[in-house]
Design a binder for this molecule. Structure first.
Ligand code: DLZ
Length: 155
């Protein structure tokens, strides 16, 4: 999937409670995603922010559902999964994507999807919002989650 075609989203999240659930594998990339998420939250005027760390991306859905059921207006899930030599990659990616989708649809709380699924570490670094990165997926996930909260208000 290419990053071309991504919308420019400007969001106002004043008054929203946002929980960031973040995996811990691949420290440098995760630090970039988290920093990008914090930048986007500040730009959107979100001051009520909680960050919950879990071991791996497989654990993101259970943390996300807890946050969604305990008062978060939006959840942002951050993780990095890098392909290895076994099918484990597919299982972790599938569990994270299916689980997070299920959380948002079932609870009605938007979940921003900031889980990178990459062939190698360089692909992840290019998307991590670090100096020299081409993309900032942590920030994008925050903007998407807040924009969805705002969009749902009109329904
Ligand atoms: C086991 C594992 C592997 C091999 N790779 C990653 C990864 O690249 N990114 C990630 O977030 N988590 C990885 N994990 C850990 C699993 O997500 C999970 O934490 C463990 O299987 C324990 O449930």
């Amino acid at each position: 999937m290419s990053g071309a075609g991504a919308p420019q989203i400007t969001v106002d999240g004043t008054g929203l409670r946002v929980t960031v659930v973040a995996a811990s594998w691949h420290t440098e990339v995760m630090d970039g995603l988290l920093a990008g998420a914090h930048r986007a939250l500040a730009a959107a005027n979100v001051t009520h922010v909680r960050v919950v760390r879990v071991p791996g991306s497989f654990e993101l859905p259970v943390a996300a559902v807890r946050a969604a059921e305990h008062g978060a207006d939006a959840v942002v899930a951050l993780g990095v999964v890098i392909r290895g030599g076994t099918p484990h990659f597919e299982y972790v990616c599938s569990a994270a994507t299916t689980g997070l989708t299920d959380v948002s649809v079932r609870t009605g709380v938007p979940v921003g999807f900031g889980v990178l699924t990459c062939d190698d570490e360089q692909q992840a670094l290019d998307r991590a919002g670090l100096p020299g990165s081409r993309e900032d997926k942590g920030a994008e996930a925050v903007e998407a989650a807040i924009a969805t909260v705002v969009a749902l208000r009109d329904l």
